[in-house]
Design a protein around this ligand. Structure first.
Ligand code: MG
Length: 433
């Protein structure tokens, strides 16, 4: 039974994610954990799911500490004092979704083997409710946000810039504006009152969803606009001209700012070589797409920084959990002496092509075999996630979509990107004939 995706359990409230399921997750988790810290984002279903999972944990004899409505990185940071952490969130998904994500004390999300253990236990209904005198205690701790805030403030420099923060009515509203003010910033808030209906915008902080923030940055003459997703593990930025900074640019900027020459940087396979070229002498390690895989690889190879262009930035010196609040504070350091648009201009930009070819799910495996045999003649090939071939001038990535009958092609090259794209497209089309 597959309950967990790469981002934990997530689905439509009361259809895919129910109180019954949450109760079982609590019972399964409580089998091996003696203490758990539980938090939630502002989603309407948050408290309902929280009560169910806590009942399961208590019934299994696990002590529970509730920290209320918090961001995911706040919960992950608080987990250092417990056996595990439970976050009720559906991250950047729309309001009707809810989810459960489990955390280890070092800020790392549960890995696939830990998730399988829980799935197994739920499938076999292998629960052990304890006797009446062994059930867990539940208590509340109101200090989690303050402790997370203090940790961030100890690790960033002061700033007096003018910033507009758009928390998207998500969990970041409980912490980010306060952190930025304590740093000395002039803070203007936008959509920074928690509201589980997410009335202002879709919680995903992508270019298309941030129209209001772009306008506000220009209208108020701000130095920067910052946007977060529903649980504030992701953040993206708008420069002082109202232009969106892409995920690749964000990664390159953070790597330049945070790391020295020779640094190890971990990114997913679809990341631009802008990141490779941003920092001379650095080693860029590529993983499967998903912030969990990036975090695992950062830990495994003791990397200096990593992230995913969708907005997850991981600073391993503070946590393996992507932290959209810490990243918001850090980006203020970046723009202390240069504007964000200047910093962006200085990055190497290469022509990039993205496209898809229709392909029935049943034929994907065959097509990918053909793609592998043709592309391996072109350069250094890797099959970590789809097929990626690296050439002197650039790279080609061919990945079957996990959810749609499509194969995606991404190409980036110093020159001839259009030719490489046609080549990949033709290989797929011929394989389909
Ligand atoms: Mg998120």
């Amino acid at each position: 039974m597959k309950l967990f995706g790469s981002s934990g359990i997530r689905g439509i409230t009361n259809k895919e994610v129910t109180t019954d399921l949450a109760l079982k997750v609590g019972l399964a988790l409580g089998k091996t954990k003696r203490s758990a810290v539980v938090g939630r984002d502002p989603r309407i279903a948050g408290e309902m799911i929280e009560h169910a999972i806590i009942s399961g944990l208590l019934s299994a004899g696990c002590d529970v500490v509730r920290i209320g409505m918090v961001s995911t990185p706040t919960l992950a940071y608080a987990t250092k004092d417990y056996d595990c952490g439970v976050m009720i969130t559906a991250s950047h998904n729309p309001a009707e979704y809810v989810g459960i994500k489990l955390w280890n004390p070092d800020g790392m999300a549960f890995d696939s083997s830990q998730q399988e253990e829980i799935e197994d236990c739920i499938e076999k209904e292998d629960f052990e409710p304890v006797s009446w005198d062994k059930i867990g205690n539940v208590s509340e701790d109101a200090n989690a946000i303050r402790q997370h805030t203090n940790m961030i403030l100890q690790n960033v420099k002061r700033s007096s810039k003018r910033v507009i923060i758009d928390c998207g009515c998500g969990a970041g509203s409980t912490i980010t504006p306060y952190v930025l003010r304590k740093m000395g910033c002039e803070v203007i808030t936008l959509n920074s009152q928690p509201d589980g209906y997410f009335p202002a915008r879709n919680p995903e902080p992508n270019d298309a969803n941030l129209t209001l923030l772009k306008t506000a940055v220009k209208e108020f003459g701000a130095d920067i606009g910052i946007a977060q997703d529903g649980d504030a593990d992701r953040m993206m930025a708008i420069d002082e001209k109202g232009e969106f900074i892409t995920g690749d640019e964000m990664l390159a900027l953070f790597a330049r700012h945070e790391c020295n020459e020779g640094a190890k940087i971990v990114v997913p396979v679809d990341t631009s070589m802008m990141v490779d070229d941003a920092l001379p002498g650095s080693t860029v390690i590529r993983t499967r797409v998903g912030d969990v895989y990036v975090a695992e690889e950062i830990k495994r190879c003791n990397a200096d920084i990593g992230g995913e262009p969708s907005g997850s930035w991981i600073f391993p010196k503070i946590s393996y959990c992507p932290d959209g609040i810490f990243a918001s504070a850090k980006i203020m350091e970046l723009i202390e002496s240069r504007t964000l648009s200047e910093l962006k201009e200085e990055l190497p930009h290469y022509p990039t092509y993205r496209g898809t070819v229709k392909c029935d799910n049943e034929r994907k495996a065959h097509v990918m075999e053909v793609v592998h045999s043709k592309l391996e003649k072109c350069g250094n090939i890797s099959d970590i996630d789809g097929i990626r071939v690296e050439m002197d001038n650039g790279w080609v990535l061919v990945r079957p979509s996990g959810t749609e009958p499509k194969i995606r092609i991404t190409v980036e090259a110093r020159e001839g990107a259009d030719r490489l794209f046609s080549m990949a497209e033709n290989i797929i089309k011929e394989a389909l004939n």
